[in-house]
Design a protein around this ligand. Structure first.
Ligand code: SF4
Length: 439
């Protein structure tokens, strides 16, 4: 489609249904690597977390005897500590090209998965029942971020005939809650030992947790640099890649290496006083979902409005774990780390966390405009959209745009419709900034 906007967005044609019972993992791997190879070679390192994620899943599928399915709000450290291979089905929904994902979502609906189940999860159920995901030896989930997660893990457990282990995430974040969760992690190790016949190696657990700690420290340093103006990250796409790494690869060596490269690049840009491709005029925070079926839209917003995404709240981490290295303490550290993962923290308990976190990220990173692209099935977070909007305006003078979207499915809100919401909003923000300058 030739757009009035002097930019070509993707056109989706879902009338042609691809073969679902296919080698999906390698199809996704090929699609990701082909797309990255077309990018500027100097920038290709940015997408390494996606490559690592799909390469690890393809390797796991070659010998599924050690495969553990995990929910995306369960940190993979627990599985790495056991020397097992984590596969996150909703991670696959995320990595899957949209043209392939939509038929899997539809397939899950045909199998009586209701359409109010989160599309990240229904897509992965569609893949499972199409035999596109390796059969696991164990399934570990948490009850966070929302009830959708429990529904998905139960459906997968029924389909594979595998007894799942579901950790109950407490409502609050306090010492009692961390202890409650840590006890279940210990029980979870016993479950994994029984299901796989493997023994937990405490030294490996320490090494995994040390790498996890290092990853969190690096993210903290990167975030501090993001406070600079212009924001010294090469493209908003890096926020998405960081999310893939921090949700799915903490405790791995390759994530640490990528974050070191990310930090080095940000330091260099900060030192030179440069940002990314486009001049920064409006600093934006995506305070919940971030639609990912059409990435060109963000490049367009940068080019036309100088709108630079600085915060992607659903993957901004607070936690820097510290552990003495004894088993009890490692389990408690891991409990805090899992309960502090952004979506778990802001969706599982009192929604005031979401509101206060939104204000925190917008204030500390000097955000000009917040965008709440509310994922259709995130009912909990939608309940505080208006309160968040009022708090951001009353306390910080930051305007917030909200609209309904499905982060994965363009049939709910298309790219053109999204732009119909975002463009007038950014024009208003730009005008207000101009007026402020004049005084
Ligand atoms: S919180 Fe929202 S995006 Fe996350 S699993 Fe639940 S419905 Fe899906």
């Amino acid at each position: 489609m030739t757009s009035k906007r002097d930019i070509i967005f993707k056109e989706f044609d879902f009338s042609k249904k691809p073969e679902l019972k296919t080698d999906l993992l390698h199809t996704i791997q090929y699609a990701i690597k082909s797309a990255i190879s077309q990018r500027d070679p100097v920038m290709q390192w940015i997408w390494q977390p996606s490559i690592n994620a799909i390469d690890d899943m393809c390797a796991a599928a070659e010998d599924p005897t050690d495969v553990v399915l995990i929910g995306f709000n369960l940190a993979p450290e627990m599985i790495y500590a056991m020397g097992l291979k984590p596969v996150c089905p909703e991670g696959l929904s995320f990595l899957c090209p949209t043209e392939y994902l939509i038929p899997y979502i539809d397939e899950s609906h045909k199998a009586f998965i209701p359409d109010h189940l989160c599309s990240f999860l229904s897509g992965s159920i569609g893949m499972a029942i199409s035999n596109a995901i390796p059969k696991p030896v164990a399934i570990v989930h948490t009850s966070q971020p929302c009830d959708n997660s429990i529904a998905q893990s139960t459906a997968l457990a029924d389909f594979y005939g595998v007894e799942p282990y579901i950790i109950d995430s407490p409502y609050y974040d306090n010492d009692e809650a961390y202890d409650y969760f840590a006890v279940q992690i210990k029980e979870g190790f016993r479950y994994l030992e029984q299901m796989t016949g493997k023994k937990l190696d405490i030294d490996r657990f320490r090494e995994v947790m040390a790498r996890s700690q290092r990853a969190h420290e690096l993210v903290h340093e990167i975030n501090e640099l993001k406070k600079r103006k212009p924001c010294p990250i090469p493209t908003g796409a890096i926020l998405r890649q960081l999310s893939i790494g921090m949700y799915g690869q903490t405790g791995s060596e390759h994530l640490v290496r990528w974050l070191e490269k990310h930090l080095e690049d940000a330091r260099e840009r900060a030192h030179k006083g440069i940002g990314g491709q486009h001049e920064e005029k409006i600093r934006t925070a995506w305070i919940y979902a971030w639609p990912s079926f059409e990435w060109t839209i963000y490049e367009w917003l940068g080019k036309k409005y100088g709108a630079i995404p600085v915060i992607f709240q659903a993957s901004e981490y607070f936690y820097t774990p510290k552990s003495s290295g004894d088993f009890d303490d490692l389990c408690r550290s891991l409990a805090i780390r899992i309960l502090s993962c952004p979506m778990g923290r802001s969706s599982r308990g009192h929604l005031d966390y979401f509101v206060r976190d939104s204000a925190y990220w917008c204030k500390e990173w000097s955000i000009d405009a917040a965008i709440f692209a509310g994922h259709l099935q995130c009912k909990a977070n939608w309940s505080v959209a208006q309160i968040t909007k009022e708090v951001l305006m009353d306390e910080l003078g930051v305007p917030m745009l909200s609209f309904v979207v499905d982060a994965l499915d363009p049939r709910v809100t298309s790219t053109e419709q999204m732009l119909g919401y975002i463009e007038p909003f950014l024009e208003m923000v730009a005008e207000n900034k101009e007026l402020e300058k004049i005084g």
